[in-house]
Design a binder for this molecule. Structure first.
Ligand code: HEC
Ligand code: HEC
Length: 327
């Protein structure tokens, strides 16, 4: 019985569940994976090929990597994603680094698992515009894919298996050993003097850690910080007034590589983001709602560069991703 309890505790620690609220932490050593879709090397290799393969789009001209580009930290460097026929999407493309540790997906949290998410962009008429029903046959027609699906899943390509392979691949996209991680591991010089001061502010007077905490520097919850009031955010998913204009606290790992910022990509640099928290938090909110933050008052704008230096110390070593040869 004791062993059994210890087991549960251990799993909880591995999953990062026991990080005390309001603290920063390294990513768990082990990447969580669902029982129904265990990660295997062959599945990851298949997922990687699918991720880069334009066959997943209706006109065979766009892959996941078109928007989640390894050369751009698995984002696209644009304010808002660019989809089917060059159409501008409504939101900023998030990085996929460390996405395995998210407890919900999208800016509004509307998908719960990577498996559930993966077919969304393929089928979306605004994104890859692919008829999902036609996809398995298209892949089965490629002998190398037909063989791989049998090797990995013991059967032919199906939409569900495509999603499972993509999800398994995405779980390998983890960045480690950022200056912050090295600092947390005891390497006291891993952070510059500015970044150390920034860390103190982040944890203390600037109050950032209230929402940006834990291994991802995100609590996974939703807040109304007032960047804009056109996109309903979480409220568009739940239909509840109290959820209007709320967005998931973004993870901040590798954030220096993924400009521009916010759900609408409206802030170009980290300087702009920090300045927003000082000066641009709006005072008037529609629908009689209140914001979850107030403009920073007990910190001087002169200290903003220290906070930026801390944010720049959150970039880890990325797995080297290159476009594999299409089968
Ligand atoms: C046309 C550009 C585009 C393409 C192609 C695209 N995505 Fe995305 N992706 C986005 C945008 C924009 C969002 C954010 C949408 C939102 O939050 O409403 C997103 C969000 C995600 C998320 C959620 C990340 C998070 O932190 O919550 C995952 C996972 C993801 N995409 C995986 C994929 C996969 C897998 C593919 C290929 C099957 C793909 N995407 C293709 C633009 C794209
Ligand atoms: C009340 C919770 C909360 C607090 C406190 C908070 N944030 Fe945020 N942060 C958010 C949310 C929610 C967003 C996304 C807002 C949006 O897109 O509309 C965000 C966005 C960001 C982004 C942009 C990330 C990206 O990928 O686009 C950065 C950087 C950031 N915050 C840093 C900070 C810093 C630095 C502080 C302290 C000065 C701070 N935050 C305080 C909740 C919070």
């Amino acid at each position: 019985m004791l062993m059994f309890r210890c087991g549960i505790l251990w799993v909880a620690i591995l999953a990062g569940a026991f990080v005390p609220a309001g603290e920063l932490a390294p990513l768990p050593e082990r990447v969580p994976e669902p029982k129904e879709n265990p990660t295997t090397e062959a599945k990851v290799a298949l997922g990687r090929q699918l991720f880069f393969d334009v066959r997943l789009s209706g006109r065979n001209d766009m892959s996941c990597a078109t928007c989640h580009d390894p050369a751009k930290a698995l984002a696209d460097g644009l304010a808002k994603g660019k989809g089917f026929g060059g159409k501008t999407l409504s939101r900023n493309t998030p990085t996929l680094f460390n996405v395995a540790f998210q407890i919900s997906l999208f800016w509004d949290g509307r998908a719960k698992t990577l498996e559930e998410q993966a077919l969304g962009p393929i089928a979306s008429p605004d994104e890859m515009h692919q008829e999902i029903e036609a996809l398995p046959a298209e892949l089965e027609a490629v002998p190398d894919y037909a063989r791989q699906f049998r090797d990995v899943f013991g059967g032919p390509a199906t939409a569900e298996r495509v999603a499972q392979a993509l999800a398994a691949y995405e779980r390998t996209l983890v960045t480690r050993r950022s200056p912050l991680d090295r600092y947390l591991a005891g390497e006291k010089d891993a952070l510059s003097a500015e970044a150390k001061r920034g860390r103190e502010l982040f944890l203390g007077d600037a109050g950032c850690v209230r929402c940006h905490n834990g291994p991802l520097l995100s609590d996974g919850k939703f807040y109304r910080v007032g960047v804009d009031f056109r996109d309903k955010g979480l409220g568009g998913v739940t239909g509840k007034k109290e959820d209007l204009y709320k967005f998931r606290t973004p993870a901040l790992r590798d954030v220096a590589r993924t400009a521009p910022y916010m759900h609408d990509g409206s802030l170009a640099t980290l300087d702009d983001v920090v300045r927003f928290y000082f000066r641009e938090v709006p005072s008037v909110v529609p629908d009689g709602l209140a914001l979850d933050i107030e403009p920073l008052q007990n910190v001087s704008l002169m200290e903003a560069p220290d906070i930026v230096a801390f944010l720049e110390a959150l970039s880890g070593e990325a797995p080297k991703e290159e476009k594999p040869k299409a089968p």
